[in-house]
Design a protein around this ligand. Sequence first.
Ligand SMILES: [Zn+2]
Length: 211
Amino acid sequence: MYTPRKLKAFRCMLFISIVLMLYGSTAFASGPYYNTFNRHVNSNGVGDWGNDTLYYHVNSSSTLYDAIITKAVNSWNATSTPIYYKKDLTDGLIEIYSVLNIPPAPDGSVELAETRFFHWLQVDPSSSNWFWTEIHTNQNSHGYPSLSTVNKQGTMAHEFGHSFGLAHLTSTQLSEVKSKGIQVIMLQIAQGRTTYLPQTDDCTGINSLYP
Ligand SMILES: [Zn+2]
């Protein structure tokens, strides 16, 4: 049987534990804010700090974007990750194409660009590693060409992030980065991405996939 004093102490403890529970599920939840395709990777790696150079190739359909692509690749090459990609004139493990019409996303929105993953045949990166990728920019008038130069560079860097193995954020991560005002390159423009450069959390993701 509770005496009034014990009851008061119990209520106080109950209150404290509820506060701790709320705190634990919101304010203390933290990054790093990156997501992967079930931790699958490019079997060729992502380079080796400039020592083991991998190559990307700009398809003739995309030479218009050559300078933008160079800036996007260099932004990744400059990070504290093993990533190092150089341009090749004939072939590469990342091939960049411009295509006429990528079908709209399931929600009906226009796709700006997409990355396709190949392990001889095209694969779902959530269920398999891959050897090379293709980045397709959507030449629909509401697609990639409609972006500002800075957003073209950011979208290209975002697609390179997919090529390396970074996925979009989970819905929980998304609501947290929104509430905290955190930017990562793996946000989509429609999700509020304003940066055009890989961020710390993106690099943490890469370093976890390619230790
Ligand atoms: Zn994306």
